[in-house]
Design a protein around this ligand. Structure first.
Ligand code: GDP
Length: 296
């Protein structure tokens, strides 16, 4: 087991007890530990760097108040900075648009896009009593459309009937008109992924976006993505323009550093987290909980 960051920092600062302000040398030593903790939590290196710079600026010269030890004080500065970067409140999906509200799901293959689509549909149906239509635009993987249909059947959610031979843009348009005709509140568009980001994928996403005019574009990403998280989020945001992030596999061993990395580079919030394979394993993103998890 890792020693928690708080314990490590307390160790460093124990010898300083009694001094008035934190010096640059004291803080630099602490920065090494903070950097190590962030890297262990899979925060991407450029984000680690900008994070530690911000913490250093806040910490050097800070007066240590009497009621806490210097170690506790640096932990608080780190924690506050994390919360500032992660956002201080929970965010929800923005459905504030004329019905049917299109939500486009994007991400790499295997990130959990289809599963998350069904989870969101289920939550909107059961909790918010919305009428939801799901459509799979993944014409590359033969089983993908069928997978969404099965999830729809299991959760009592309508899926757009499969028509062989249609491309993603045609399906998106058909989904929108079916939703209008059927009086649906929300349309979830589950797009195709790839193993890696490539040009054809980005072109396809742009075309689907133009056709469906989504109100939300959610990037679905595996929380265990590690150092690639920055590239992934940056690419999707620059090329498609995401409005939020859904992080999957938060039930795994990962410490959730990808949440910090992706938000830091895109400025777009993590809105939801996936915590299991089942259709009800979807939770709101609580910045404080993630901050605690990153700090260990
Ligand atoms: P897609 O290719 O992006 O559509 O990915 P899928 O939705 O098919 O998910 C790929 C695998 O990840 C499936 O086996 C899912 O059950 C699993 N999965 C998705 N989200 C989660 C999650 O939050 N936690 C866990 N443990 N597994 C997940």
């Amino acid at each position: 087991m890792f020693e928690s960051l708080s314990d490590r920092l307390s160790g460093i600062f124990d010898k300083l007890t009694g001094r008035g302000a934190l010096s640059e040398n004291d803080v630099n030593e602490a920065m090494r530990e903070i950097r190590r903790a962030l890297i262990e939590a899979d925060v991407a290196l450029p984000v680690v760097r900008s994070f530690t710079d911000k913490v250093r600026n806040r910490a050097v010269g800070a007066e240590v108040v009497k009621s806490v030890t210097p170690g506790q004080m640096v932990v608080k500065i780190v924690h506050d900075q994390l919360i500032e970067m992660l956002g201080s409140d929970t965010r929800t999906l923005d459905l504030n648009a004329p019905a049917p509200v299109p939500i486009m799901m994007v991400g790499l293959q295997g990130s959990g896009k289809t599963t998350t689509t069904a989870k969101i549909a289920r939550r909107l149906t059961q909790r918010e009593k919305r009428k939801v239509l799901m459509a799979s635009l993944d014409t590359r993987r033969p089983a993908a459309q069928e997978q969404l249909k099965v999830l729809g059947e299991q959760n009592g959610i309508d899926t757009l009937p499969i028509v062989e031979g249609q491309g993603p843009v045609e399906i998106a348009k058909r989904a929108m008109s079916a939703a209008r005709l059927g009086g649906y509140d929300v349309v979830l568009l589950d797009t195709a992924g790839r193993i890696h980001i490539d040009e054809p994928l980005m072109i396809e996403m742009a075309e689907v976006k133009a056709a469906a005019q989504p109100h939300e574009i959610l990037l679905v990403a595996d929380s265990l993505t590690g150092q690639d998280a920055v590239n992934l989020a940056k690419n999707f945001d620059e090329r498609v323009g995401i409005t939020g992030i859904a992080l999957t596999r938060m039930d795994g061993d990962g410490r959730g550093g990808a949440a910090l990395s992706m938000q830091a580079v895109t400025g777009k919030p993590v809105k939801l987290i996936g915590t299991g394979e089942k259709s009800d394993a979807l939770e709101d993103f609580h910045p404080k909980r993630i901050a605690d998890r990153i700090l260990g």
